[in-house]
Design a protein around this ligand. Structure first.
Ligand code: NAD
Ligand code: UGA
Length: 458
């Protein structure tokens, strides 16, 4: 049995909360504290209504909270009392100054490092959980070890690979845990201390180690590869629409090649989420900084195709609906950036709504979990937007449904009943290829899937 440990996580977000809940659950002898500067977020973590929706999270938190899992705003005490500190603060794209719109904004990370330095009375292991540009650990080491009072900090990189909506599964059975460290005696010892934590439930062969720069870079590259697959299939979806091929059939045939693999080949309105775009832009910025223009252009094209796919979706809607959306009611099924989350950060639904409003359409937003965030995202939007949780009621009186999030519930709706309540001709634009398109067509809808020939009654 491993010894008891006292662990702190700074940043109680989508990563910090679930990750620490998993550690507390799997390691009952450890004491795990999660701190944040946002008192509302901490209050929510301490309540029955957690700040994020994630399947299985409520139960995990309820079982450990108050036993060996604590949420607090007392960052100073947290730093003083713990010797293993994960940092999981946000690292958004920089919105100002040099690198604006591309580079990672490291202000939250650096503030955290300075707080750790200010409040530490003993040596600590500081773990980069946030996704960061390569060589951030070097800057952290320089800040943290800038004093000569005998207190020393070992900085490790331990990127998180969980995906929202499946976070609990991903944390419980990760494909791998990656730990990067300095390859000094101290660095290797710190690396082993962290590996020991995960070894409580993750098989040792899945806990891999590397030098610290490889670890930082691997996270950016993993996200870039995942996003690249989506942009590849989305680019192919545009060609399929012209060539009367079916993108689902192409993806199946291509994905059965074991060298390519079947996952992450679902054509869509484009990837969303807080990380893919920001991490690729961060990679692009790094490449440009090193003078690698061709490499930067290559990765930037992944983001360009993603923008193109969203714009294409709107143009297809406009074209299909007789080149005018003005005054038409359009119902959005789904606003979250993917199913099984309430997260709407960088959701293509935000872009689609704004573009529909520019066309002077009326938009009815429906989503089982994300309406609260949708309201915040669209707060400044000029035009008419309403929010209706029930997808059947949301579609009433609408000219078209645009399916934007692949929530399973949309598969099981009474489409015949929905069709009757809609304006005619009624349209479905399936941005996720989720519905049974032949059935929708037989009911009377004009159906526009992605990357497949449309089924229309005209
Ligand atoms: P988030 O915005 O949900 O959470 C970050 C939290 O950090 C916020 O609650 C914020 O208040 C807090 N914070 C900021 N500065 C602070 C400070 N000085 N002291 C204390 N708290 C502070 O972000 P997230 O989605 O959890 O992402 C965190 C990091 O993990 C990012 O670098 C992201 O790229 C990476 N990541 C995210 C995911 C994901 O699925 N969301 C997956 C893997 C990696
Ligand atoms: C992604 C990665 O999958 C995680 O490994 C990583 O840890 C995380 O980013 C991160 O660094 O934040 P996440 O964004 O939560 O996770 O969700 P994904 O399942 O990757 O989906 C991202 C977007 O791609 C969603 O909008 C989704 O709908 C879209 N997608 C996904 C497709 O359009 N097609 C697919 O085949 C798969």
């Amino acid at each position: 049995m491993t010894s008891a440990k006292k662990i702190l996580c700074i940043g109680a977000g989508y990563v910090g909360g679930p990750t620490m809940a998993m550690i507390a659950s799997k390691c009952p002898r450890y004491r795990v504290t999660v701190v944040d500067i946002d008192p509302e977020r901490i209050a929510a973590w301490n309540s029955d209504e957690l700040p994020i929706y994630e399947p299985g999270l409520d139960q995990l938190v309820a079982a450990a909270r108050g036993r060996n899992l604590f949420f607090s705003t007392d960052i100073e005490a947290g730093i003083r009392e713990n010797d293993i500190i994960f940092v999981s603060v946000n690292t958004p794209t920089k919105a100002f100054g040099l690198g604006a719109g591309m580079a990672a904004d490291l202000q939250y990370w650096e503030k955290t490092a300075r707080q750790i330095l200010a409040f530490s009375e003993s040596s600590k292991i500081v773990i980069e959980k946030s996704t960061l540009p390569v060589k951030t650990a070097l800057a952290m080491e320089r800040i943290l070890n800038s004093r000569t009072n005998g207190v020393f900090f070992d900085v490790l990189s331990n990127p998180e690979f969980l995906a929202e909506g499946t976070a609990i599964h991903d944390l419980e059975q990760p494909d791998r845990i990656l730990i990067g460290s300095r390859e000094t005696e101290r660095g290797l010892k710190a690396r082993e201390t962290l590996a020991e934590i995960y070894a409580n439930w993750v098989p040792r062969e899945k806990i891999i180690t590397s030098n610290i720069w490889s670890s930082e870079l691997s996270k950016l590259v993993a996200n870039a590869f995942l996003a690249q697959r989506i942009s590849s299939i989305n680019a192919v979806s545009a060609l399929c629409e012209k060539a009367e091929a079916d993108v689902t059939e192409v993806a199946r045939a291509v994905g059965m090649d074991s060298r390519i693999g079947a996952k992450f080949l679902n054509a869509s309105i484009g990837f969303g989420g807080s990380c893919f775009k920001k991490d690729i832009l961060n990679l692009v910025y790094l490449c440009r900084n090193y003078g690698l223009e061709e490499v930067a252009d290559y990765w930037e094209s992944v983001v360009k195709i993603n923008d193109y796919q969203q714009e294409r979706f709107i143009r297809n809607m406009l074209g299909a609906m007789f080149n005018t959306l003005a005054g038409k009611r359009i119902c959005l099924w789904g606003f979250a950036f993917k199913a099984n989350t309430s997260d709407t950060r960088e959701s293509p639904a935000i872009f689609v709504t704004r573009r529909l409003l520019v066309e002077r359409a009326e938009v009815v937003v429906s989503d089982p979990k994300a309406l609260k965030n949708a309201r915040i995202d669209l707060a400044g939007a000029a035009g008419r937007v309403s929010y209706v949780e029930d997808p059947v009621r949301a579609a009433e009186g609408c000219h078209a449904i645009a399916l934007l999030t692949e929530w399973d519930l949309y598969r099981h709706l009474d489409l015949r009943k929905i069709f009757k309540t809609m304006e005619k001709p009624a349209f479905i634009f399936d941005g996720r290829n989720l519905l049974d398109h032949r059935r929708c067509f037989d009911i009377g809808f004009n159906v526009y899937p992605l990357g497949k020939p449309p089924l229309t009654h005209f």
